[in-house]
Design a protein around this ligand. Structure first.
Ligand SMILES: [Zn+2]
Length: 481
């Protein structure tokens, strides 16, 4: 099962949490069946929400295209709840979810029940959400919801299963570590999130994982796996009435618990004090560059998060001034801008690839473009209009696969709220060039950042690259424009 760790994330295609096996949508992808005046109007026709007395949010999305249903549980857990002593255990917990529980007291019985239901199941762990989902024939909906309830409410954390799954997780760790980007992203993360890397490090710490105990799993369960910290999504070939009824029967008597974040608030992440640099050597051909800033927090500054996504879209649009200056000029093979939406500070990442001989002028050109991010010429109204059109097209595509769309809604529920999601496209559409400038000024231009370079030892030596070259001093010999 996938741990989406920043640790695996280098490449010219930035993805929300870096590069995870299970992609998190960079933006929601609402379905369009009709064209009411607002996207919210469209969503309100198809998304139904209820909150049970115990605080469990139940979200139902009807789509009768194929006779399948998806049942997903989203929990507000993930690496953001981790201290160095528990670094990696949110993901470890995910692996223990589909194991023996009070209803199916042997792992084998659990697997057999899944077979009977014709169910395919999986889970993923990210920074600020863990999800579990099962897709099955829609006439098995009730069985599917109770199957998930059994796993969620009654895990046994058997020692022998924990010992086995621990090895599976360590294997996943090994595979991530084998990626040339692993060291770069870990060292950048340690600098970008001062003193708080454990809260962003999904794959975790090898020693912590190796020493995991059933008691640690139970502590996570008691604190976070409670109805008032979870959402149940039922989607596909279902009716709201039937879905709410089965949700009630499987979860209605689950006792509410104290708010996990009242007892243990997530400490604020301190801002970066100054520019930092990381150079990571590996046997790679091209040179990969990542530049990262601490971006907005979605609950604290939602307006900036809408601006951030529109801003990234305009920069990434082929033919934008940014792309012409950097890619069409031949300095970079590709450069992309990304903001990854999170509550506890989401990163802004510019990632690109070039060659060793072009690295210095490429970095100088990138610096010049970044300096102009908050200028009136950075984004034109025409560009804004273009990205709005592309977004509508990609939204329509995104909604076609109900299972993926379910994960999308669950992601936004965990990181922000269903309400944020419902208003997302409408808010995006009303961003102005001034909003985008304001975002760039507040979070990027002149703000401390971490620059990372992944390069082969020979290339590094040939150009004499040092960390001082990357921390913001003007680059000697860079061509002026
Ligand atoms: Zn996993």
């Amino acid at each position: 099962m996938a741990a989406s760790a920043m640790a695996a994330s280098v490449g010219v295609t930035p993805r929300p949490s870096g590069a995870q096996q299970q992609p998190v949508p960079r933006r929601p992808a609402p379905q369009r069946t009709t064209r009411p005046a607002t996207e919210r109007g469209v969503l309100e026709q198809s998304i139904h929400r209820r909150v049970l007395d115990n605080g469990l949010e139940v979200i139902v999305l009807e789509n009768h295209g194929v006779p399948l249903a998806t049942v997903e549980i989203d929990v507000k857990n993930g690496s953001f709840t981790q201290t160095p002593a528990t670094e990696g255990l949110a993901h470890m917990y995910e692996h223990m979810f589909f194991q023996a529980n009070a209803t199916y007291p042997e792992g084998q019985l659990f697997a057999e029940r899944a077979n009977e239901l014709g169910a395919v199941y999986n889970g993923t762990t990210e920074e600020e959400r863990v999800n579990y989902y099962v897709t099955l024939p829609s006439d098995q909906l009730s069985g599917g919801v109770h199957f998930m309830a059994a796993a969620l409410r009654g895990p046994l954390f058997k020692s022998e299963e924990l010992a086995r799954e621990k090895e599976v997780v360590l294997g996943e760790y090994d595979r991530q570590e084998a990626s040339p980007a692993f060291t770069l992203t870990r060292e950048m993360g340690q600098k970008l999130w001062p003193g708080n890397w454990s809260r962003k490090n999904v794959i975790g710490d090898r020693t912590v994982v190796r020493n995991v105990t059933p008691e640690q799993m139970r502590a996570i369960q008691q604190a976070y796996y409670v109805p008032n910290n979870a959402a149940l999504l039922i989607t596909g070939d279902v009716t709201p009435a039937a879905a709410f009824a089965v949700a009630d029967s499987a979860f209605g008597d689950w006792a509410r618990a104290p708010d996990p974040f009242a007892a243990n608030p997530i400490p604020p992440i301190p801002p970066l004090a100054h520019n930092e640099a990381v150079i990571s050597e590996a046997d790679v051909g091209a040179v990969t560059v990542l530049v990262q800033w601490q971006g907005p927090s979605v609950r604290a500054d939602p307006d900036a998060t809408y601006a951030a996504d529109v801003f990234s879209d305009t920069m990434n649009e082929p033919g934008s001034r940014f792309q012409r200056a950097l890619v069409d000029s031949g300095l970079w093979q590709g450069v992309l801008v990304n903001y990854y939406t999170l509550d506890h500070v989401g990163p802004i990442t510019i990632s690109g690839q070039t060659t060793a001989d072009k690295l210095r002028p490429a970095l100088a050109a990138l610096d010049r473009e970044i300096t102009r991010f908050d200028s009136a010429s950075a984004v034109t109204p025409e560009q804004l209009a273009e990205v709005k059109t592309s977004r509508e097209v990609s939204s329509a595509f995104g909604r076609e696969r109900t299972t993926t769309y379910t994960h999308t809604i669950g992601f936004w529920w965990s990181v922000a709220s269903l309400e944020y999601y419902m208003g997302y496209v409408d808010h995006m559409a009303t961003r102005t060039t001034a909003d985008l400038q304001g975002y760039a000024r507040k979070y990027i231009v002149g703000k401390p950042h971490v620059t990372g370079v992944l390069i082969s030892p020979a290339d590094r030596q040939s150009i004499g690259l040092t960390e001082a070259d990357l921390t913001g001093a003007p680059t000697p010999g860079a061509p002026t424009q």
